[in-house]
Ligand binder design. Structure first.
Ligand SMILES: C=C(O[C@H]1C=CC=C(C(=O)O)[C@@H]1O)C(=O)O
Ligand SMILES: [Mg+2]
Length: 457
């Protein structure tokens, strides 16, 4: 059934009585979604899914070897410290898949608005019990066991057996297709409030109380029946292959999305970020599409929205990098429903700089928060009147070597039982117009609305 081996490793977790056992095998082709779906019965509520934009890496997690979560002010440092403690003694070989810490940070831990995010911690990360890694056209399945039990060998044998069952179940589901969910109702929850918020914020910006503030809103969908996680991940895999795809379950909540926006990727002490802000719809013909793209590249309101993000990301790279580069002018990033202004930023990190330190300093960029940052966050809390939860927050993964990638979790939704909450926002600057901003959110809702069975005009 599978090509064997890689190896089994046991390491002691620093300053703790825990041991971290890892066993990885290479398997013949296995669909990441089918592996995710194989955990439906036993691991629902404890799974994650990731596929990068280039489609060179897919990671799926079933079960939880450990959960790292917190509600702390120093949430980034706390997760970084705990992950370092757990992995300090792990030494892996170059091409070998590593244990991955996967999860996300909510947009704003100080937001206390009640709603669908009640009870969700401000950082939520897990190491999966069973991790599928698909990279360089090869597929691996790893078992992770973190335990203080001395007699863990019987337990580990059980996990091996279960791994083989999961692989088998995934092979059976390999070509399974899924229907779209059926929507009963769509509610533009806070539409009036949204118009008021955009108006108030625009006025405050005109009175120089801030330069830019991102205002978002949400839709509530109710379904006939209860959509499953594999069912909706299947749709985004088919419909949004040019975006980063992510899904994170916690109990009965599934947060998932298809975002074009990387927050930061770190590979061998090089860091890569992307400024994505400023938007226009796609054209119906190639000619119209090109015209719209050119209009966006020359539109002063959108260029302003974009430049705030470039300036902030560039200044963060300046603090953390030996050298870095930022192109002078934005390009276009075109995805299925929308085109954005896009400026990639990259740099060589100082030795002591880490991915989570970059996440901590970059989040929220002015593509999601605003300028000045704290003033914008205050205005979002005051006017948005909703809790973003993980929407617009950093979601992603890191390994024991400190490599990893975090995206900005936009074009996203939270699915809870037979309801889904979709989120979209836009950058408000002095010359914003509420109706244009509203229309922009309609375009940004499309990827999730389509995936969830909504009518897209
Ligand atoms: C806040 C969102 O998009 C951001 C990212 C790209 C373009 C944006 C804009 O043009 O307003 C936003 O800053 C969202 O999709 O909900
Ligand atoms: Mg915009």
């Amino acid at each position: 059934m599978q090509q064997k081996w890689l190896k089994t490793t046991e390491v002691e977790v620093a300053s703790n009585k825990l041991s971290f056992y890892i066993e990885t095998i290479e398997v013949n082709q296995l669909s990441p979604l089918a592996f995710f779906a194989a955990g439906e019965r036993k691991y629902k509520g404890k799974r994650f899914f990731w596929q990068n934009r280039e489609k060179t890496l897919a990671i799926v997690g079933l079960g939880q070897a450990i959960i790292l979560e917190n509600r702390r002010i120093d949430r980034f440092d706390d997760i970084e410290f705990k992950w370092k403690e757990l992995t300090k003694n792990i030494v892996m070989e170059e091409q070998e898949p590593q244990p991955i810490l996967f999860g996300g940070f909510t947009f704003d831990p100080e937001n206390v608005e009640p709603g669908e995010w009640d009870g969700f911690p401000s950082s939520y990360f897990t190491v999966a019990t069973f991790q599928l890694t698909k990279q360089h056209e090869k597929t691996y399945v790893s078992i992770h066991l973190i335990t203080d039990r001395q007699d863990s060998s019987a337990l580990f044998d059980q996990l091996r057996e279960e791994r083989d069952q999961l692989i088998h179940a995934a092979q059976v589901k390999e070509l399974k297709t899924y229907e779209k969910p059926e929507i009963r109702t769509i509610d533009e929850r806070n539409k009036d409030n949204y118009f008021q918020a955009v108006q108030s914020v625009t006025n405050l910006i005109r009175n120089h109380k801030a330069d830019k503030v991102v205002i978002a809103r949400s839709l509530e969908l109710e379904f006939k029946g209860q959509p499953s996680s594999p069912q909706v991940i299947y749709q985004i895999l088919n419909e949004q292959p040019e975006s980063y795809l992510f899904a994170l379950e916690r109990d009965n909540l599934l947060f998932f999305g298809a975002t074009p926006e990387r927050l930061v990727k770190v590979e061998n002490q090089y860091a890569y970020s992307a400024c994505v802000a400023g938007s226009i719809k796609r054209g119906k013909t190639a000619e119209e599409d090109k015209k719209l793209g050119e209009q966006l590249l020359n539109d002063s309101k959108n260029l302003k929205e974009h430049q705030y993000v470039v300036d902030m990301i560039a200044s963060t790279f300046k603090k953390h990098c030996e050298h870095y580069k930022v192109p002078k002018r934005p390009k276009l990033l075109k995805i299925r429903d929308i085109q954005h202004l896009y400026t990639p930023v990259e740099g060589k990190l100082f030795d002591h700089a880490t991915i989570l330190q970059l996440v901590k300093h970059l989040h929220p960029t002015p593509a999601l928060g605003g300028v000045p940052r704290n003033k914008a966050l205050e205005m979002i809390r005051e006017f948005e009147k909703m809790n973003r939860g993980l929407y617009a927050g950093p979601v992603g993964w890191m390994d024991a070597d400190g490599n990893g990638e975090f995206v900005v979790a936009i074009r996203s939704a939270a699915l809870i039982d037979d309801k889904a909450y979709l989120y979209a926002g836009g950058g408000i600057v002095a010359d914003s117009n509420p109706m244009t901003e509203y229309d922009e959110t309609l375009v940004k809702f499309r990827p999730m609305l389509r995936a969830l069975g909504g009518q897209i005009q």
